[in-house]
Design a protein around this ligand. Structure first.
Ligand SMILES: Nc1ncnc2c1ncn2[C@@H]1O[C@H](COP(=O)(O)OP(=O)(O)OP(=O)(O)O)[C@@H](O)[C@H]1O
Ligand SMILES: [Mg+2]
Length: 247
């Protein structure tokens, strides 16, 4: 039996009176890409942080690689890219990659070749020795993604990885994610970009902390009898609003 990389069971979370997650469950096996979509403020980042054990939940459980989170050893096995970049601005990109690589247990020639590879993936090879303080927003985003990939983790959790990244590079990044998936990695990604959502094996549409729909992109389109994920997104939102006004 293969254990899921991520297993979330009935997770609920509120901030004061604000209910942010309601009975969310999901499991992500190896070799799959799951997309979390939903409007701004829906609870995507909170769910991601709950999975990582960075945000305490009120009820339910989140386990990663069979271990309840938070857990430092497991954290080391996850390539996590936060929604806001956490980089050392006074260091160069290469120094950032070295630092985080070592933190994740990669060293020596393996680290050097990994830096070369991830820099290529995000197109930063020429800029590696520049200080991060001189980077543009999109370049910082790309460096954050490179850091998430540096230790070749079995699980990637990427919170809006392609914000500020141009279309050509987005294609390149998604091609890399596909390759990683084919190598058996599990990937959880949040996005507002609907063509990225279409590329996921499985989607969870979350709105006001509720998982409105869950399944493959094809499942969701069938369920809502529409042609695109964007239409699923809009229709599910309308239906939820109508339900509210019925009450
Ligand atoms: N630390 C916090 N304290 C209080 N409220 C919070 C906190 N973090 C998030 N929230 C609230 O939780 C809700 C969900 O926020 P979250 O960041 O998870 O949304 P999101 O789906 O990631 O949105 P976006 O697409 O804009 O990133 C929002 O109402 C937000 O204001
Ligand atoms: Mg977010």
């Amino acid at each position: 039996m293969t254990q899921p990389m991520i297993d979330v069971r009935d997770v609920a979370k509120r901030f004061g009176d604000n209910v942010v997650l309601k009975q969310i469950s999901l499991d992500l096996p190896a070799g799959r890409v799951m997309g979390l979509i939903g409007p701004s403020g829906a609870g995507k980042t909170t769910l991601v942080k709950a999975i990582l054990g960075m945000e305490k939940v009120d009820s339910g459980t989140t386990t990663v690689l069979g271990t309840e989170m938070p857990n430092r050893q497991i954290m080391q096995k996850i390539g996590y890219m936060a929604q806001s970049d956490a980089l050392y601005e006074t260091l160069t990109a290469r120094e950032n990659l070295r630092f985080f690589g070592e933190l994740m247990g990669v060293a020596g020639p393996a680290l050097t070749s990994s830096i070369t590879h991830v820099a290529q993936v995000v197109n930063l090879t020429e800029m590696l020795d520049r200080r991060v303080s001189a980077y543009s927003g999109g370049m910082k985003r790309r460096l954050s993604l490179a850091i998430a990939l540096i230790a070749d983790p079995d699980l990637l959790i990427l919170d809006e990885p392609t914000v500020g990244i141009d279309p050509e590079l987005r294609q390149q990044i998604w091609a890399e994610l596909r390759t990683l998936k084919q190598h058996g990695k599990a990937i959880l990604v949040t996005t507002h970009v609907m063509d990225e959502a279409e590329r996921c094996d499985e989607l969870m549409l979350i709105r006001e902390g509720i998982a409105l729909a869950q399944g493959t992109p094809a499942d969701l389109k069938r369920e809502y009898t529409v042609e695109t994920i964007e239409q699923v997104f809009l229709k599910a939102g309308r239906l939820q609003d109508e339900n509210h006004s019925d009450r």
